[in-house]
Design a protein around this ligand. Structure first.
Ligand code: 7TS
Length: 410
């Protein structure tokens, strides 16, 4: 499929913003949705809206089939062994919190260690900070190298027999860098620790195979991969989910039998899905997976590499620009974070917005990384399968304009 055919499938892209054609470069925050996903959600509400796992009526059965069918699509998408290992959550944040609150709180004790990295998103920091406070465990950070990548030597130094959990993002939402999570998982396992992968920025952009990575948990969000907001996934190895984790939400849907003073839980994965689940969201996510697989994750990854290489080359020519992360496009996906000398990133984003170009400015929910980069904030352009080199040209023009504007003002 060529890029124009792909773009045609995203209605939102075909509009003007502030008198200019929209250039959407904020997909790391949330991706746009193709017609197929919008229609799948629309169809559910128009034709078979019903609760799942309850009645035997026809609509209820269709809704259950749609919801559970989406679980099977997710299983295949990440190559999990069984749908028992696929738990629907609200997103990556909820998925990581489930591991922290259920697995880690019960398992960790004083002196145990949790290892994360300096580049983590807040959603992969704060749950571990809380667990550390609750259990007396110690939180340790893998430092970054000169080019802001993780060195396996540093991982080997920090991960010891005291380490119980290693939790790392597969792709950074700020640096775009792809981390060697498979190799890190191996080091974690050699030391008797489990490996948690924050896949929020990898699942949308590259082929994920949880069995090949051999991670114990893998978390991701539907809305960053062309799916609806409010749906995400926690993959967990069956044995860990069964033997080491109790539900953290109790109520309808997740129970087997309820007595006056004691109750029992459903089997996996439903025991972790208390209450009416996110039915439309799961069905939309299933449609998003179909869409991505039709185009092919390999093609998406290759397209983004091409865009990242082009963006790095073109943007680095802007006078006074600092681009963070490795300079080689091969080490990253389509995320380019930068600063312009003497211009606050919020001002950069505001001038670009006037041109119809959407970028994100701020700390990107990664304040420890900002500290490491010695930047209080940065601007970020993030690309996806629907972006083009012409849009990058517009971004570069916009950056030059921003520089000129601010040099005139001051
Ligand atoms: N982990 C990473 C690596 C992320 O990039 C994000 C969201 C999350 C976790 C949390 O995902 P959620 O769906 O639960 O919110 N990242 C961003 C971002 O970079 N800009 O806005 C949200």
């Amino acid at each position: 499929m060529n890029i124009q055919d792909i773009r045609k499938q995203f209605p939102i892209l075909h509009q003007e913003v502030n008198g200019n054609p929209l250039v959407y470069l904020d997909s790391a925050a949330t991706s746009q949705k193709p017609v197929k996903v919008i229609e799948a959600v629309d169809k559910y509400y128009r034709e078979y809206n019903s609760n799942v796992h309850r009645g035997v009526h026809t609509l209820g059965t269709r809704a259950t089939d749609g919801y559970e069918g989406a679980r099977e699509k997710v299983r295949k998408f990440i190559n999990a062994k069984s749908t028992e290992e696929i738990i629907f959550t609200r997103g990556t944040t909820t998925a990581l919190n489930l591991v922290a609150s259920s697995y880690a709180r019960a398992k960790l004790k004083e002196g145990d260690e949790i290892v994360i990295s300096y580049m983590e998103h807040h959603s992969n920091i704060i749950p571990w900070q809380q667990v550390a406070k609750q259990t007396g465990a110690v939180l340790k950070y893998i430092p970054l190298q000169e080019d802001e990548t993780i060195s396996l030597d540093d991982v080997r130094e920090l991960v010891t027999s005291n380490t119980k959990i290693v939790s790392i993002m597969q792709v950074s939402n700020v640096l775009g860098v792809v981390n060697p999570v498979k190799e890190i998982a191996k080091i974690a396992h050699e030391n008797g620790a489990i490996m948690v992968v924050d896949g929020a920025q990898s699942a949308p952009h590259l082929k994920v195979d949880v069995q090949d990575l051999d991670c114990d948990f893998f978390a991701f969000s539907g809305h960053k991969m062309c799916g609806p907001t409010g749906i995400g996934v926690l993959y967990g190895k069956k044995q860990l989910l069964l033997e080491n984790m109790e539900p953290i939400e109790f109520g309808g849907e997740m129970i087997d039998f309820v007595g006056l003073y004691e109750s029992t839980w459903k089997e996996l994965p439903w025991k972790f899905e208390g209450g009416t689940p996110i039915i439309a969201g799961a069905i939309g996510l299933g449609a998003a997976i179909d869409f991505l697989q039709e185009i092919g994750l390999d093609n998406i990854e290759a397209h983004e590499h091409k865009l990242a290489a082009y963006a790095l080359e073109q943007m680095s020519q802007v006078e006074g620009i600092t681009i963070y992360g490795p300079k080689e496009a091969s080490k990253r996906t389509g995320v380019v974070t930068f600063n312009l000398d003497d211009v606050h990133p919020h001002d950069v984003a505001t001038v670009l917005d006037a041109e119809g170009i959407a970028v994100r400015a701020g700390h990107h929910c990664a304040q420890p990384l900002m500290k490491w980069l010695k930047a209080s904030a940065t601007a970020r352009a993030s690309f996806y399968l629907y972006n083009t080199e012409e849009e990058i040209d517009k971004l570069v023009k916009g950056l030059v304009k921003t520089k000129e504007y601010f040099s005139d003002v001051f």
